[in-house]
Ligand binder design. Sequence first.
Ligand SMILES: N[C@@H](CCC(=O)N[C@@H](CS)C(=O)NCC(=O)O)C(=O)O
Length: 227
Amino acid sequence: MSTAQFPDEQTSTGEFQRQEDAFRDWVKPDGPFPAAKGRYHLYVSLACPWASRTVIVRHLKRLEPVIGMTVVDPIRDDRGWAFREGPGYSTDPINGFKFLSEAYLLTNSDYQGRVTVPILWDKETRRIVSNSDDDLMRMFNSAFDALTPSRLDLYPPEHRSDIDQLNELIYQTVNNGVYRAGFATQQRAYEEAVIPLFKTLDQLEERLSKQRFLLALFRWKPTGGFL
Ligand SMILES: N[C@@H](CCC(=O)N[C@@H](CS)C(=O)NCC(=O)O)C(=O)O
């Protein structure tokens, strides 16, 4: 048995139990957060795979001119994600935040959870709209369609149930699975995470050996055609 890195997210039997995303509002026409050019800002770390997928969708949907983005310093100390000047990252031009925690505390002054990337910030109400990368990908896929020339649909209705099913498996056993394996404090909890993780990796390898759609997607040029 070892010591938990995140005691608030540890069960008595040594499993890592991830905190829920705290902010899950949505950009939509009839809500408090309507789509608008230049109103929202994405804060990410390129060291974070959860954040990176929102960066990819923002790019594929050609939303760079619509949603601004600032990258935090990939190196963290115990004060968490910070804004500094460096190669590929910068200080915060929108709010002058020194630390990402300032965005969380402005949104909820009692916030006690971990401060994570990505977040979508609303410049008008000065609060976080969402810190859920799954929701942000879906929002970027359609909520800003009136403001982008892209007609790409990464979540087509006829494939949604397959996508959701595959996503659930990948989320549980890979994305969160690496945390559950890495942060397990007892052997049994570790094995319950690490065995399904490698089983899913084998399944994904098998799937991608026959179906290269994802590869095609990453080679797709936003200006049209393939690289
Ligand atoms: N919101 C995501 C997770 C995002 C996440 O965990 N980001 C990591 C970086 S990869 C983070 O910011 N961690 C900071 C911390 O734990 O203090 C989810 O739970 O679905």
